[in-house]
Design a protein around this ligand. Structure first.
Ligand SMILES: *Cc1c(COP(=O)(O)O)cnc(C)c1O
Length: 422
């Protein structure tokens, strides 16, 4: 019987994996490449290649402007509804538009304008910096004395749940958190935190960029007010694919889009100079949707829906657990640190490993072993697990490479400066 330290064990886990067949649904032009960056840029679904050809050659090339009435105009909603099914939203509660950062701006301004008597905005220091920049910018722009408070995590890994709940008071307008944080992969208990925030009368906004398609999310069950998220990570929508936003149905008519453009107008082709917001969520559109990249979001989402979040989560937990077992056996005494939670309930779908030489190890992984992770300062090697296509052998081989690089000091051959994109 092979033990978990043998490659044969990983091969057996792959043979028993009910989702293994999905690996063939993604392009893999380099068979030896171990791709552990699906949390930054998901692989290309084979179905997206056909969809892009249809979009360019038929919809654009042949049908030309007629395509707007043959599906393009409704795409932000039709694809939004499919993403909604992945994150526990109802029909008409998710819209695809703009970037995550822009959607965050729109929803945060809308939420703050709707609560004129409250001034505090809370987030944590594990949040994605872009989100924090946007929050700072809004407080300055509105000029109404809004205060952003960044609640610190005690260890840089786990979310400060207790201090966040304690910080919520009658002057708190909004709490903004990444549901799964980008460095450690810690995942908040959405229902628990939302309940604590609501107890103070504040609104809750979740950034689902590292959760959508990776961990089960039930926005409605949690009572979440607002959410944003990205489609190019676990949803495999392609580089720079447009993002999504969620507004709980009960709030939609009460919130105003601060960049209300013609696409969010109730009658865009009336060309009336007076702005009248569309009914429902469509008011959160601004300009013309990026049809080409928007179309390519559907194939990845459809595959995730077909596989089912429950099966995806089960495999992801088996894989992150397996990776931690291998870490304990092979990496802990080679100078690596586990920068992710051990509690499976609090774990997203990536594992971060720290090492004093993390940056050079990352480059050795890419340069010598054909392993593609990513690197986040100061010391995180992030191993992203996309349960649709990551295999147990990928994880085994990556850990053995990490072990060899550290034990043999192979990283010494690599420069200490970082490339532009890590
Ligand atoms: C990836 C990511 C984003 C990306 O924002 P863009 O505006 O699409 O560049 C935002 N927030 C979080 C938490 C992310 O992980």
């Amino acid at each position: 019987m092979p033990t978990h330290l043998d490659r044969a064990y990983a091969e057996q886990l792959d043979a028993d994996d009910p989702l293994a067949g999905y690996r063939r649904c993604f392009l893999a032009p380099e068979p030896g490449l171990i791709y552990l960056d699906g949390n930054s840029l998901g692989r290309l679904p084979v179905a997206a290649v056909a969809a892009s050809r249809d979009l360019v050659e038929r919809q654009w090339g042949q049908r030309l402007i007629r395509s707007w009435n043959e599906g393009w105009f409704a795409l932000p909603e039709t694809i939004g509804d499919r993403i909604g099914r992945l994150v526990g939203a109802g029909a008409g509660e998710v819209l695809v538009a703009d970037s995550t950062s822009t959607n965050l701006f729109k929803l945060v301004v809308a939420a703050l304008q709707a609560q004129p008597g409250r001034h505090r905005i809370l987030t944590d220091d594990l949040n994605f910096p872009s989100d924090v920049y946007i929050l700072h910018g809004i407080a300055e722009l509105l000029g109404r004395g809004h205060q952003l408070e960044v609640i610190p995590s005690s260890d840089g890994i786990h979310g400060p749940v207790g201090s966040l709940a304690a910080a919520c008071d009658g002057d708190t307008a909004l709490v903004v958190l990444s549901h799964t944080v980008f460095k450690s992969g810690y995942t908040y208990d959405m229902a628990e935190v939302t309940r604590a925030v609501h107890a103070s009368g504040a609104r809750m906004l979740w950034d689902l960029s590292h959760s959508a398609g990776a961990v089960p999310v039930d926005l409605r069950a949690a009572g979440a007010d607002l959410a944003v998220g990205c489609t190019y990570k676990y949803l495999n929508g392609g580089p720079g694919a447009p993002a999504f936003l969620y507004v709980r149905r009960e709030l939609q008519e009460r919130l105003a889009n601060p960049i209300g453009g013609w696409m969010g107008h109730s009658a865009p082709f009336a060309f009336d100079l007076a702005y009248r917001p569309a009914a429902g969520l469509r008011r959160f559109l601004t300009g013309t949707p990026p049809v080409a990249s928007l179309s390519l979001v559907a194939p990845g989402v459809d595959m995730l829906l077909e596989a089912g979040m429950e099966a995806l989560r089960a495999k992801s937990l088996r894989q992150t657990g397996y990776l931690i077992d291998l870490f304990d056996a092979r990496l802990a005494d080679a100078g690596y640190r586990l920068n992710s939670p051990r509690d499976p309930a609090r774990r997203g779908s990536h594992i971060s490993l720290g090492h004093d030489e993390a940056l050079r190890i990352d480059q050795a992984l890419i340069g010598e072993f054909g392993v593609l992770p990513d690197f986040r300062r100061p010391d995180n090697i992030r191993l992203g697990i996309a349960p649709l296509y990551t295999s147990f052998c990928d994880l085994y081989d990556a850990v053995m490479a990490l072990h060899r690089i550290a034990a043999g000091r192979l990283y010494e051959a690599y420069p200490v400066e970082a490339p532009q994109v890590t």
